[in-house]
Design a protein around this ligand. Structure first.
Ligand code: SF4
Length: 468
């Protein structure tokens, strides 16, 4: 009840323009998704379940498929790196750039690089890093953060974008989408041509062939790779699928669930740097596999969340997300997927984001639309339990009584004297021992057990003596 009130208050405080943008766009996407799935599949649930099984099989056998992927990439001439966390992944990118005397980067949309805060890191280290996805570019020039995993500026409208472009000198104010897109196109084309390095994520990584699949609706991933000499793909370790033929299923369910399209406009399959016969393309290619807490998720009872293919459908359908927008979740991954994933991979631990699993009415809409059939409501309940258990443990650790007990228990001599003196408690009137009112009422119907401290030690001592 309290949580629902908090959500209502938060939602009321959101700029009405933002609320309208988020609500309208997510509603439109979810209805396009439903239309296309019902037109194209006799039973979309069968397809969702099949895709879920493929991904579940992959994560259950992740070490095997990661080793296979590394072997395949290496065979294709790709350099494979492993990063335990975001800092390590960012440092690998920086080291590659320094080695190539590179200074300029163009980057296509990638949630994993949002997770590692790659662009601010590169800028801090003297590099020029430009987001080339239109939405991400607007987020960058506004000093904002994405509020949706597929549509980063779902919280903005074209009037706000027009004002940002005018401020940045891209052209005179306009709110015509085509004019705005052209302004960005002219500006970004030159950035591609000037860049030394192209950075992408990957929607899928195929273990058997060492091929990555990237989908965009703007072609910016293709430009980022084609125009630069070095291509770096940073990917989460869960992005694998075993075989090339799995891509057919995955790509078709991804685009339909995400934007209601049969296929995303640009679909790139990349299996290495350019070969001699190719005139253009990167001369070297690196793949950075990022863990960043995913191994721990894999070992947990919420491992199903690693099936996620980042389609954003659960955000679009979630009544809480639609009201509050993505920034309310205080994490890179918002919405139902974020309520599970963000607290689990948070570098400051579970506790700071333990409230997120409660930001759900558990209506089940997220699971119904999920293309890989993740039981999100079940996972949310498991995480609520986890939060409650951890909270209770913290509370007991923080009570003064527990502190005294911990001190005594960690010192053998104090512990021994306590056991000896503890026997004296049996002679103290019971009523005097109950200082807490609740303990007093508890004792009205129960007796305190007799203190037997020290008996075991005395027995052991006797036994040892007997054996000598
Ligand atoms: S949890 Fe499912 S619906 Fe949500 S983003 Fe991931 S794949 Fe899409």
């Amino acid at each position: 009840m309290k949580l629902q009130q908090d959500i209502d208050i938060f939602a009321e405080e959101i700029d009405p323009e933002v609320r309208e943008s988020v609500y309208g766009t997510s509603k439109l996407k979810i209805s396009k998704r439903a239309d296309i799935l019902s037109k194209d599949f006799e039973d979309a649930n069968v397809v969702r379940k099949m895709a879920g099984l493929v991904k579940q099989h992959t994560i259950e056998n992740l070490p095997k498929y990661l080793a296979q992927a590394e072997e395949s990439f290496t065979r294709n001439g790709v350099v494979v790196h492993w990063a335990a966390d975001g800092e390590e992944a960012n440092q690998i990118v920086l080291d590659i750039m320094k080695k190539r005397n590179a200074r300029k980067v163009v980057k296509s949309k990638s949630m994993v690089t949002e997770e590692t805060h790659l662009v601010p890191f590169l800028e801090k280290n003297g590099m020029e890093a430009v987001e080339t996805d239109l939405g991400e570019y607007i987020v960058q020039i506004d000093g904002d953060t994405p509020s949706h995993i597929v549509t980063p500026i779902i919280h903005k409208n074209r009037r706000q974008v027009g004002r940002s472009f005018e401020r940045e000198g891209l052209g005179p104010y306009s709110e015509d989408p085509e004019t705005l897109t052209n302004m960005a196109r002219v500006h970004l084309r030159q950035k591609y041509l000037d860049a030394d390095v192209g950075i992408t994520g990957a929607n899928f990584v195929v273990a058997e062939s060492g091929r990555i699949a990237i989908v965009t609706n703007e072609g910016n991933a293709r430009f980022s790779m084609a125009a630069t000499k070095t291509h770096i793909a940073m990917v989460g370790i869960e992005k694998l699928v075993p075989r090339d033929e799995d891509l057919g299923l995955m790509l078709s369910i991804l685009s339909r669930s995400s934007t209601g399209q049969r296929i995303t406009v640009y679909t790139q399959f990349i299996s290495g740097p350019k070969v001699e016969a190719q005139e253009e393309g990167p001369e070297e290619m690196h793949v950075i596999f990022l863990d960043n807490g995913r191994s721990d998720v894999l070992a947990s009872d919420c491992r199903e969340i690693l099936r996620c293919i980042r389609c954003g459908a659960c955000l679009n359908t979630c009544p809480v997300y639609r009201q509050t927008s993505g920034h309310a979740y205080r994490a890179v991954y918002p919405g139902p997927v974020g309520s599970v994933l963000s607290p689990l991979i948070n570098r400051h631990g579970f506790a700071p984001l333990a409230d997120l699993p409660k930001a759900s009415s558990l209506c089940g809409a997220c699971q119904e639309v999920c293309p890989v059939n993740i039981p999100i409501p079940d996972l949310l309940v498991r995480l609520r339990n986890k939060g409650k258990t951890e909270e209770a443990e913290r509370a007991s650790i923080n009570t003064p009584g527990f502190g005294v007990w911990a001190m005594a228990a960690s010192s053998p001599s104090i512990w021994k004297s306590g056991l000896t003196m503890g026997n004296a408690l049996n002679w103290v009137p019971k009523a005097l021992l109950s200082v807490e009112p609740s303990a007093r009422s508890w004792q009205k119907t129960r007796d305190l057990p007799e203190f037997k401290g020290g008996d075991f030690r005395a027995w052991l001592k006797e036994r040892k003596r007997g054996k000598q």
